[in-house]
Design a protein around this ligand. Structure first.
Ligand SMILES: *[C@@H]1O[C@H](CO)[C@@H](O)[C@H](O)[C@H]1NC(C)=O
Length: 480
């Protein structure tokens, strides 16, 4: 039994790592970048049971939607599935976020099922600067000035008006939006800025409040391990990380370095290196919690508890999660170097990191005492990285002002929108930045991040099913 579990776990880990390695053929990816990428990948792909005729198309967009004197343009990609299209079909747009768009989201799942019910046209728009919708020749900080959610929302508005004006069958169609994670945030903010263009929206796991030091995130990660994995597992994580911290603090760094298989370049006297290491370790657990389903957490906990001591268990889990390299590169310098390499080598890591520095923060720090991942990854790690990777003007004050401005622009927890259905997993670490039950959102027990896009199915919990049915009912009202 244990052997079977371990084989399954190995498959899960290898698949996870394989995903990260897709981006990295040409370059080693430092573990901090690797874990951050894993946390910002797109929503889970849907299981496609029948081949849909998804077409890839392109639309010309303005490089700067807010400067009439700038006539430069770029090509934005979108996917369209018009198998149900007829006169007046509603348009079901799934918004892309900080990832590459893919076909399954317009060929299967609950969004697809609702489109089928209403004879809708399914569209998946790609966000500027991600996937193949790249507006500039490099991702220099200068060029990234055109990367902003306001620009991306204006792209969507222009997309909707163009699609309707160029297609007689859709001239008077109603439009509904869906999104997950950051693109769910975009659904809410689109409804705020362009209320007349869409009749309704579905925002799954939408963070609404921008915040530099996002201390709550790791609390929920810890809670997921406690509630789904048990107290022993939680203690193992807490004690193992505390033990590693204390080895470094008590001149026993060499032991910790060997245990963690760190590369020689790691400097345990350098705070930024230590912070990068402990941030990366905690992010392995974040990834597991953010994407958990079924018995995942239990299996990981069984693995952790199969070792004789706490620190060895942590070291082995993270080594495995990072793809068993010859040595672990957790230095701050290689993280900086990797993001600078991204100026010329397009890679989703750099533009999203830029958006965090410029608009949101959302740095998942060790600032809360109410979590098991120790004390060694303050938000300062991430804000320092902003300055070193983009421009020295990205200091603490500048980032804080940007983040405050985002909340002024979009209303933070009070976006003031109607007809947007918000869902969250109760164990999704992002949920503290979004609406709770009191504000009208639906919290789905035990669920994680963006976990409700699948079709209604027998394995859904009662709450999951009820939420999907409620959305389908709202959709009937919006499209009536
Ligand atoms: C959540 O998961 C726990 C642990 O597996 C289980 O005991 C509980 O019944 C679940 N709750 C719901 C509402 O599914």
């Amino acid at each position: 039994m244990a052997a079977i579990r371990l084989v399954c776990l190995a498959i899960v880990l290898v698949l996870g790592v394989g995903h990260a390695l897709d981006f990295s053929k040409a370059k080693d990816v430092p573990v901090l970048v690797k874990t951050l990428k894993n946390l910002n990948r797109g929503p889970p792909q849907q299981v496609v049971t029948k081949r849909a005729n998804v077409q890839e198309k392109w639309i010309t967009q303005k490089l700067d939607n807010f400067d009439d004197s700038n006539t430069e343009t770029y090509q934005m990609r979108y996917l369209i599935n018009d198998e149900f299209q007829t006169d007046g079909s509603p348009i079901f747009i799934y918004l892309g976020g900080e990832w590459t768009i893919e076909q399954s989201m317009v060929s299967a799942g609950h969004w697809y099922d609702m489109a089928q019910e209403h004879k809708g046209v399914l569209v998946y728009t790609e966000h500027r600067y991600y996937g193949e919708s790249i507006p500039t020749t490099t991702m220099s900080t200068e060029n990234l000035q055109y990367l902003h959610v306001k620009q991306a929302l204006a792209d969507v508005a222009h997309f909707i008006t163009t699609l309707k004006s160029e297609n007689a069958q859709l001239a008077n169609s109603k439009v509904v939006l869906a999104g997950g994670s950051y693109s769910a945030t975009m659904v809410v903010w689109f409804k705020r800025l362009y209320p007349d263009l869409v009749v309704g929206g579905w925002a799954s796991s939408a963070p609404l409040l921008a915040k530099v030091d996002f201390t709550e995130y790791k609390e929920v990660v810890g809670r997921a391990f406690l509630e789904l994995g048990g107290q022993q597992c939680y203690n193992r994580i807490q004690n193992g990380i505390a033990e590693l911290e204390s080895l470094f603090a008590n001149k026993r760094g060499a032991e910790a370095r060997a245990m963690l298989r760190l590369c020689n370049s790691f400097d345990d006297q350098n705070d930024l290196d230590l912070w990068s290491l402990f941030g990366s370790i905690s992010n392995v657990f974040s990834g597991i919690a953010q994407y958990q389903s079924g018995n995942d957490i239990n299996d990981y906990c069984d693995y952790l508890l199969s070792f004789r001591d706490d620190a060895t268990a942590i070291a082995n889990l993270v080594y495995w999660a990072w793809g068993v390299p010859s040595c672990i590169d957790a230095t701050y310098a290689s993280t900086v170097e990797y993001y600078l390499w991204g100026v010329e080598n397009f890679d989703a890591g750099r533009p999203w990191y830029y958006q965090t520095c410029n608009e949101y923060g959302w740095y998942q720090s060790s600032g809360s005492r109410n979590q098991p991942f120790g004390t060694k990854f303050p938000a300062t790690l991430y804000t320092t990285l902003c300055g070193d990777v983009f421009n020295s003007r990205y200091g603490n004050e500048y980032i804080s002002n940007n983040v405050a401005q985002t909340n002024v622009d979009f209303g933070g927890m009070e976006p003031g929108v109607e007809n947007v259905y918000m869902t969250h997993g109760a164990l999704d670490p992002w949920n503290p930045m979004g609406h709770g039950v009191a504000e009208g959102a639906t919290l789905i027990a035990n669920a994680s991040h963006c976990s409700d896009f699948g079709s209604i199915r027998s394995t859904d919990s009662a709450e999951m099913r009820a939420s999907k049915e409620k959305l389908a009912e709202l959709m009937r009202e919006w499209l009536a």
